[in-house]
Design a protein around this ligand. Sequence first.
Ligand code: SF4
Length: 631
Amino acid sequence: MPTDKLDVLLAVLPFAPVSEPVLSVSILKAVATEAGFSAAARYFAFDFAERVGLRTYNNVAAKWGSLPQIGDWIFAESVYGNRLPPPQRYLAYLKTSCLAPAEEVPDEGLRRLRMTISQYFVKHVWPGLLDARRLAPEIVEQWAYEILARQPRVVGFRCSSHQTCSCLAVARRLKMSPRPPVIIVGGPNCHRELGWHWVRCFPWIDYVCTGEAEEVFPLFLERTLRQDGALHIPGILSRQDTEPSVPPPVCDLDRSPVPDHSDYFEQLASSGIAAEMRLPVLPLESTRGCWWGEKCQCAFCGNTPDGIVYRSKSASRVLTEIRQFAREYRFGHFACTDDALDMKQIATVLAKLGKSHARPPFVYQVRANLTRHDLRTLHAGGVKGLVPGIESFSKTVLRLMRKGTTGLANIQLLRWCQEIGIETKENWRILYGFPGEPPSEYERMAKLVPLLTHLSPPDAVIPFNLMRFSPYGLSPDHFGLIDVRPRRSYSFVYPFGRKKLGGIACHFSFCYLDGRQPFAYTRSLRRQVGKWMKLWQTSDGNHPRLDMRVAGDDVVITDTRPCAVRRTHRLRGLSARIYRQCDAVQSRDGLLKMFGSQAGEAAVKKSLKTLVANKLLIEDEGRYLRLAIMV
Ligand code: SF4
């Protein structure tokens, strides 16, 4: 245990993913150091992963992380003791509310084991979670002891996802010591008005930062450690504050220091889990916010109003970070944290990287508005995988959720990625349950899915999550969402009533004003997607194919999808030309104009009809897209 005294210790607690440094912690360490304070990040998450086993840890942090509050539940007893419902009630809740709906998506491994997801969870996952919960009080004590021994004057916790109760447990234990440090908490779980409620619900927290911290954190340290008196810093709240406030968002990202990830890599190297892990991934932030959301936030998107403001680092700054990190750290790939890629950076960053020899691979989150040329540039620049915001194949549903894309554009993106060699498998999902969505659109999508089984499948079909800061969350009545209440899972980790839970909850349950039942009307879509996923869960990596190659003027297509009309198609003349033209989405009018003058409109219409009937081309409201992948 290091014995150096610290101004500030930044604690990273379970269930932060152990596979990567926490970006905001690395930024705050750099910010504090630059301001002349001694600072360190301590990844307690490694200790817990070592004690409970990496598999159980990752089960909670990633695989089963979608189960509500599971990480919080493990540490909740360390905060509230027997004031919480017994574990068996939580298990019953998980089985009925979360695991039962998932049973519909077949899992090849479970099928071989002849088990349902619930049975697997109860037999192989739940015992590990109970052990982890039993271990929590002892390890919280150890962490508190270690922190107190280092005598930091300030301890900072970053709370994101299901990381709240581990932070609360350690903070509470620290405050029981005779000379406790000042405790400050930040992160998405306590942004904006959540922070206001946090300081009231959790009396052992001294301060909460309610938004982006890097501009106010040095000021906070300065006033706490070097000056006496009240803080009066917008966005840093204590119980004495009489009104909520939010820190100003960072306007110029180039002024934010280069994140210091050194503590993560040093501690990982000496931890007992390093040998079991693949190389870490490294977060890379080139933008913040979302350029689309700034003008039209997707209705389900939970970004805060200040967080969604779009900002980009300059190309030279991004390239500097990439080169510096590649020199300093050993990692597998860059995981870009951007919600929406800056289109300018395709030319200014990725194109430049494409010309350099030493470039680590990247994974980016993107919207479906990329062209084939963009994707080629991304691929040449080192992008090996994309996390596309697909969400639906229905233009109507996408319009309702204000996504600003179409179903055909989404399919076009998946196909181009596959042609170019960019991985999207299980990197995206289909959402449902949007107020006003026509159930018939789900029937239509269920009929479309068998035609798409040669493309990388999603990882899930799930209802959208009602988040506090989303347009749906901010104005539920406007969208016909009623009886909005904190998700039931909160009642298993906090011994609070509904009103108090409502102040700290980020995720909510609701009913529909029109009484709709999306789970019922999306059944056939879920079944079809389940079959699609199963077709890709093969041990030999084989999956259905719909390949095309150009042979002179002809196009030869091989179709091994279960829905194939026949195995081989040879397109000639007009059909071949139309098919090649439909690489990108085309309108009927455009195709008639392009080919009608030579071949006649009737012939063009007939070709389109035949290509659609043969399941090689799809049509949506007079727009066409080819499905086959050029090999
Ligand atoms: S969901 Fe994605 S694309 Fe939509 S506003 Fe949010 S960040 Fe932007």
